[in-house]
Structures are given as structure tokens and as C-alpha cells.
Design a protein around this ligand. Structure first.
Ligand code: PHE
Length: 343
């Protein structure tokens, strides 16, 4: 390429510009740039160095001229470079077109987490038996989580060992709800009997081992009407749980104690499967249930002389452990894809 070694008039600078504009690739541009601005022998570099030999007036006007040329040439270089780098429209149309008829490789799609899938099934199965669905807050008042449920001041569940307390100065005491039972109170206060409803959600306790986690899920059930009895409670629970977990699951009811039900029962399920597990063939506690205590009804302005009913509260992870033979409850929350993708 023909490049004047040391242009001394604007004509020569114009020569660079035309070379820049007709450059065919960026390598050509690089060599022109070097010829003009190269640190040793670049035309502009030399012209700048030569300024010092000129007299005052001449030097000023020549410096001004050189600066103008410098800007013009740099701009021309930049423009041509971006033209050369930018693909033409023709190229874009042929090479960058999206073929919408193309068969894309099968991409994996996500799915509901086992726990949320189960909650959806609970809502569906109990929904078919006429149960409404209602959700309450996870941060609950001490009053609704304990007091309104007839849980006495000195009940161990209120201990800091068992419960996550949220204390703010001058404000009502709050807890991360330890069960879904406070939603019973919320529901009974905002609805007129007869009614039946399911309350699924997260609950929190200070527990952690293979069958306990500080956060887990429960679903609560409540049915209030005129002649509801323990027989209805058992029928509803067995029907619902068989539907959810499997026809052949074995259940057993034991007498139990909860301050908010009277009488109270506990329901266990047989741990089964072919895991070599010390729990094999043993009963696993699933949840509690019973007839809603008259004090609780009264706390919700429902007359226990007129209305009665049952409530139950079940863990969600435990029946899933039995159904899918999952030995450790913590697997639900570790986010390990090898576990999650199995379901
Ligand atoms: N809330 C109780 C628990 O978490 C379970 C329960 C709910 C018992 C409703 C009776 C009635 O242990």
C-alpha cells in the first residue's frame, strides 16, 4: 500500500482518508493506522515532532491544522472499522435467520416440588368431599397460635426451646406458626357454620433430625356442622388419606391429647417398603385430630350447644416419606436434583 512517509499538506492527509474509506478489511485499516499514528515513524507522530522546529505563529497554525486532521482521520478509521465489522443485511438474512420449522432438541421442563404436588392433591381430594381451601399467615400472633386454641400459658410448646419467637418492643408477640391450627380460628371467625375447609402450609419448630425439620408442611382440616361425630372424622380421614397415599396403607388411631380438641386422637401409619430400615413395620405418627373443644368454638363466637365438629392436622412430608420410601425428611429441602428429578 502506498503511504506517504511524511505528508506536509492537507492533500496528503486526504490521501489517508481515501485509503481508509476504500480499505477492504480491518488488517488494512490496522496498517494505515500504524502509518499515521505509529509511535516511531507514524506520519502524524513525525509531523507533531516537527512542530518544535517552527516559529511561533507558524507553529500555532500548523498545530491547529494537525489536530483537525488527527480528529478527522481517527473518526474515519472508527467509522470504516465499524462498517467492516458489521455484517451486511444480506448476510444477516441468510445466516442469522431463525428457522421456525426446525425441530429443536427436547428441552427438560420443570415440575412441581413433591410437597406442592401433594398439597394440590390434598386440595383436590378434600375438595371433592366438599372442603373449602384457606391459607393463613406464617408469622402468627401468640394469641392465635396458642391462646385462642385453648393452649395454656405453661404449655411446653410455648417454650423458647420449641418455638421461633419474634419479639418487637412494645408490639404484640409473634411466632413462626408452630402448626396450621391458628387458621381454624381465622376461618371460624370469618365464616358461619356449617362449613368444612382445608388449610395447608408451612409450619416451624425447633427440631432437626431424620424425621423432623425446623420448617415443614402441614394440612389442617376442619368440619363444623350439626351432628358431626368421631365416626365422621374417621371416615373422612381414612377416605382422604387412602386416596392420597394408597389403598393398602394401614392406619391406626390412638387416644391422644391436644388442648383444642376433646376427645383427641393421634393417627399413625405403618412404615412399609423394602428399605432395610429399622423403622420397617413400625408405626409412624402422622398427625392429630379430634372434636373441636367447646372453648375454641366459643372463642370464635360459635355456640357449642348448637354446633360441633372435628379438626385434624397432618404433616405432609411424613406420608410422602412412606409413599415414596424416602428415609430422610431433609432430602425434601436440600434441592439435590438427583432426588427432585425422581418425582
Ligand atoms: N396442631 C396439632 C399439631 O400440630 C395437630 C392437630 C390439629 C390436632 C387439629 C388436633 C386437631 O400437632
Amino acid at each position: 500500500m502506498l503511504v506517504p512517509a511524511m505528508p506536509n499538506d492537507s492533500h496528503s492527509w486526504a490521501n489517508f482518508i481515501s485509503q481508509i474509506q476504500s480499505a477492504n478489511n480491518t488488517a488494512e485499516l490496522d496498517s494505515i493506522e500504524h502509518a499515521v499514528f505509529g509511535r516511531k515513524n507514524g506520519a502524524m507522530t513525525l509531523a507533531m515532532q516537527a512542530l518544535k522546529n517552527l516559529k511561533d505563529e507558524k507553529r500555532k497554525s500548523q498545530a491547529k491544522e494537525l489536530n483537525t486532521q488527527k480528529v478527522t482521520i481517527s473518526t474515519a478509521l472508527e467509522e470504516r472499522r465499524s462498517e467492516l465489522v458489521r455484517p451486511s443485511e444480506d448476510v444477516l438474512v441468510t445466516q442469522d435467520a431463525l428457522d421456525v420449522t426446525l425441530n429443536l432438541p427436547h428441552t427438560k421442563s420443570g415440575h412441581l416440588h413433591l410437597v406442592h404436588e401433594f398439597i394440590a392433591q390434598v386440595e383436590e381430594v378434600f375438595g371433592r368431599m366438599g372442603f373449602d381451601v384457606h391459607y393463613g399467615p406464617e408469622i402468627e400472633t401468640e394469641d392465635l397460635n396458642f391462646t385462642q386454641l385453648n393452649i395454656p400459658e405453661d404449655h411446653p410448646a410455648r417454650d423458647t426451646q420449641d418455638t421461633f419467637w419474634i419479639k418487637e418492643k412494645g408490639k404484640e408477640k409473634h411466632v413462626l406458626r408452630t402448626h396450621t391450627s391458628p387458621v381454624q380460628i381465622r376461618y371460624m371467625r370469618s365464616h358461619t357454620p356449617p362449613f368444612s375447609a382445608i388449610f395447608p402450609g408451612k409450619v416451624y419448630r425447633k427440631d432437626a433430625d431424620a424425621t423432623h425439620s425446623p420448617m415443614f408442611h402441614q394440612f389442617e382440616g376442619l368440619m363444623i356442622g350439626k351432628d358431626i361425630s368421631v365416626a365422621n372424622l374417621k371416615a373422612v380421614l381414612i377416605t382422604g388419606l387412602r386416596e392420597l397415599i394408597g389403598r393398602d396403607v394401614e392406619f391406626r388411631f390412638r387416644t391422644g391429647f391436644f388442648p383444642f380438641t376433646e376427645p383427641s386422637l393421634e393417627m399413625d401409619m405403618m412404615w412399609q417398603g423394602d428399605l432395610e430400615d429399622s423403622r420397617e413395620g413400625k408405626w409412624l405418627e402422622m398427625g392429630g385430630c379430634g372434636m373441636v373443644h367447646p372453648n375454641v368454638l366459643r372463642n370464635c363466637n360459635i355456640d357449642p350447644e348448637q354446633w360441633q365438629g372435628f379438626a385434624f392436622g397432618f404433616g405432609i412430608e411424613r406420608p410422602l416419606m412412606i409413599k415414596h420410601q424416602i428415609p430422610d425428611l431433609r432430602a425434601f429441602f436440600q434441592g439435590d436434583l438427583r432426588f427432585l428429578e425422581q418425582f
